[in-house]
Design a protein around this ligand. Structure first.
Ligand code: PMP
Length: 385
């Protein structure tokens, strides 16, 4: 009765860990959460006020399927001011989060069997969404020794007559690493072969060292995916957007009309406030994440995790744990049951993530300290047998 499409889509493992942790909490256990990639901060006040104002003014109706023009203009201005690129607001489509944007892009680009090159490890939903629309994910392994950079030489042999796109995500989930200018340049040169570059820029702004680049600085043969969930602490608001090459705008608009109609009207007003008024609050959040990052990297090393290259962005650390266990799922469950610390197993991010544990620093420093202490104590006991 149930379709193969629904039967075959894998679960999002991190959500399963979270659900187990919540069940333990219901039984009275105190759990330290370092698993979910969700900011602990409340949404900045100016953003909430803008939404409340829009609600009070009766902005409770459908909007243009591509989003209200003022938000699309604000997004175009944001890309101009931050990256020096010109974006026509008519190429911007506002969506209910970046996840629907990914779905719309792949559905607009892939016929059954068409291929998308993805990094392994990489964000687990990418291959699942590609497969959901009957495309084929083709994975290129990236390695910790060089900060999980894509290697042009390793991508080239994977390109076939069916390759439509290559996806990049910098700063990356789960590695927290930034693609260097050179890797961006090499990858964008693939656009000359007719490939589209799909750049998930959702962690832009969450950068502590170095500088992130938008794909639009390199090529227009590209899609940008971005959203408000992470940088503005707006996960529950469900607001994101895509910037598409001109020829894709109309097909994507038609899908948006049929599948989602439009993004939430008053939430779009909140998006304008985020882009134009929340600078100070964002800087404060970024400063706090960086403090946590600088605390956690040496502490995780001290208790035995391996971090070959320090992550420079997002709010994740992908730490080597092969010497503790080769089965990251079993190890994450072991840490949850025995140390009451919830972490994400690397296998959630593909075979290249096996043997790793992803730590998320989206909890306050006190909480993180408690987590590290618990892990340290448990791992020491474990090593004594
Ligand atoms: N892309 C990446 C890399 C992510 O980590 C996430 C959230 N975990 C998303 C997209 C989806 O974000 P949202 O739908 O909340 O915008």
């Amino acid at each position: 009765m149930i379709s193969c499409r629904a039967k075959n889509i894998p679960p999002f493992i991190v959500m399963e860990i979270l659900e187990r942790a919540i069940a333990m909490e219901r039984c009275g256990k105190d759990i330290v959460h370092m698993e979910v990639g969700e900011p602990d901060f409340d949404t900045p006040e100016c953003i909430k006020e803008a939404a409340a104002r829009a609600l009070a003014q009766g902005e409770t109706h459908y909007t243009h399927s591509m989003g209200i023009l003022e938000l699309r203009q604000a997004i175009a201005r944001h890309y101009r001011d931050k990256y020096g690129v010109e974006v026509d607001p008519e190429r911007v489509v506002v969506t209910n989060g970046t996840s629907p944007a990914l779905m719309l892009i792949f559905a607009s680009m892939l016929d059954p069997g068409d291929e998308v090159i993805l990094s392994n490890p990489g964000y687990s939903c990418y291959p699942n969404i590609v497969e959901f629309v009957e495309g084929k994910p083709v994975e290129v392994r990236v390695h910790e020794e060089d900060g999980f950079q894509y290697h042009y030489d390793e991508i080239l042999p994977l390109i076939s007559g069916r390759t439509k796109a290559i996806l990049i995500n910098s700063p990356s989930n789960p590695t927290g690493n930034l693609l260097k200018d050179r890797a961006m340049r090499e990858i964008s040169s693939l656009a000359r072969k007719g490939l589209y570059i799909v750049s998930d820029e959702i962690y832009h702004g969450l950068v502590y060292k170095g500088k992130e680049h938008s794909i639009l600085e390199y090529t227009d043969h590209a899609f940008v995916i971005n959203g408000f969930s992470k940088l503005y602490a707006m996960t529950g608001w469900r607001l994101g957007y895509l910037i598409a090459p001109e020829e894709f705008v109309r097909p994507i608009q038609k899908m948006q009309q049929n599948l989602f109609i439009s993004a939430n009207s008053f939430v779009q007003r909140a998006g304008i406030a985020a882009l134009t008024q929340a600078g100070d609050e964002v800087s404060e959040m970024v400063r706090t994440y960086d403090q946590r990052r600088r605390y956690l990297i040496p502490k995780l090393r001290e208790i035995g995790f391996r971090i070959a290259v320090e992550p420079e962005g997002a709010f994740y650390i992908l730490a080597g744990a092969q010497h503790f266990s080769r089965d990251s799922y079993a190890f994450a469950m072991e840490l949850l049951e025995n140390a009451s610390v919830a972490v994400t197993p690397g296998i959630d991010f593909g075979s290249g993530g096996e043997g790793y544990i992803r730590f998320s620093y989206t909890m306050d420093l006190e909480h993180l300290k408690k987590g590290v202490e618990r892990l340290g104590r448990y791992l020491e006991k474990r090593s004594r047998g």
